[in-house]
Ligand binder design. Structure first.
Ligand code: TXA
Ligand code: MG
Length: 358
């Protein structure tokens, strides 16, 4: 099928495609979503099929307003100040699902449903034009880095979906924070994003739990967390240490006769060039080390950049886990095969050497 690229003046037309049960990708402030009418079971099944996504991994429903009473069983008190503070924006809230509202496949057999109001005027118009909320998992092939531009979406989805609404490059670059509100005693962050636990606590005036995102902890509750994610073609070696660690790893990799690309801060790249390390290696800058927002914005484009490069592996730079750095590191760790140096000793495989931990 031909995949049409819609611009701002063709939102109505894109909405009509959605009404007919077609799939249309849309921009958000985080990443692009793969849209389908959340009431149309066939269309939602197609979303899973086109992405190659396991059907027990539920989808986020995107709404165009804060009036959500029709969509969920009950709205807990905590939801109101959160919607006031962060909607439209990169915060997804999990509620008890109301039966018969959305197509059964939306929730993947779970009793809860995830809602979010994206901060992207074009997409809010698209939801209005479609006349019903839209499911919107990230518009990438399952397991690949999420798309942060219309080109990324076309790379993965061209010929498979009816259209894409082009809103340019996304602002934030990593997916929304997912907050489980179904136990009001204990709001729990299931996926870190641009809205941090400290932001949530400030608004709620109570403690927010951070869910199990670390490897080896109890079974993650966000079903998506157990699958492999965000992976480029080559293995990623994540370096969380300092200059000497880069030196050690580059020496080791070179001794093994392997070629590598570098995904790192501007400062790190400059330093490697000064030291004449990795001459001729493809380099992708994440911007200044002091601006984790920039690194988050560029992360997925950076991982995708190496798909076209003929290297054996990617050396990637770790950032401090503060603010959005937490979400950045969460995604980068999931994309990585090795973390170096490990907290214990030497090199450590964090994803079982690329197995299906996530
Ligand atoms: O920023 C975003 O959230 C993007 C844009 C397009 O809105 N969407 C996105 O969707 O990242 P997706 O489907 O790739 O990720 C949804 C995450 C998954 O980890 C999924 O397991 C979790 O939200 N999730 C969805 N419904 C859930 C539910 N009822 N309970 C727990 N986790 C849920
Ligand atoms: Mg995704």
């Amino acid at each position: 099928m031909e995949t049409k690229v819609y611009t701002a003046s063709h939102v109505e037309e894109a909405g009509k495609q959605l009404q007919k049960g077609e799939l249309v990708a849309f921009p958000t402030e985080t990443v692009y979503g793969l849209g389908a009418l959340a009431s149309n079971d066939e269309a939602v099944k197609n979303v899973y099929r086109v992405k190659g996504r396991p059907s027990d991994n539920p989808l986020i429903v995107h709404v165009a307003s804060k009036q959500i009473e029709d969509w969920v069983l009950t709205v807990p008190e905590e939801a109101y100040p959160l919607m006031e503070a962060f909607w439209p924006g990169p915060l997804t809230l999990i509620f008890q699902a109301k039966e018969g509202v959305f197509a059964p496949t939306v929730t993947g057999g779970h009793s809860t449903v995830a809602l979010r109001m994206p901060d992207q005027p074009l997409t809010l118009q698209l939801i209005e034009a479609a006349g019903f909320p839209l499911v919107g998992p990230s518009a990438n092939t399952s397991g690949k880095p999420s798309p942060t531009s219309a080109e990324h979406v076309l790379h993965d989805m061209k010929g498979k979906i009816a259209g894409i609404l082009d809103g340019g490059t996304t602002d934030i670059g990593v997916e929304s924070t997912v907050l489980d509100l179904t136990d009001s005693e204990m709001p729990t962050v299931l996926r870190p994003g641009a809205v941090t636990p400290a932001d949530l606590e400030r608004v709620l005036n109570k403690n927010v739990r951070t869910g199990p995102t670390a490897i080896g902890e109890e079974a993650p509750k966000a079903p998506g967390m157990k699958y492999i994610h965000y992976s480029p073609k080559q293995p990623v070696y994540l370096i969380t240490g300092e200059e000497k660690d880069w030196e050690t790893l580059i020496k080791k990799v070179s001794a093994e006769g392997k070629t590598f690309g570098v995904l790192a801060s501007e400062e790190r790249i400059q330093r490697l060039q000064e030291m004449q390390r990795g001459k001729g290696s493809p380099l992708y800058s994440l911007g200044s080390k002091n601006i984790p927002e920039e690194a988050s914005r560029r992360l997925y484009a950076g991982l995708r950049y190496f798909d076209e490069k003929n290297v054996d592996l990617i050396l990637a730079e770790g950032y401090p886990k503060a603010g959005i750095g937490e979400a950045f590191m969460n995604r980068l760790e999931k994309a990585s095969t090795f973390i170096y140096p490990s907290q214990e000793s030497g090199e450590k495989s964090i994803n079982g050497g690329g197995s299906m931990l996530y």
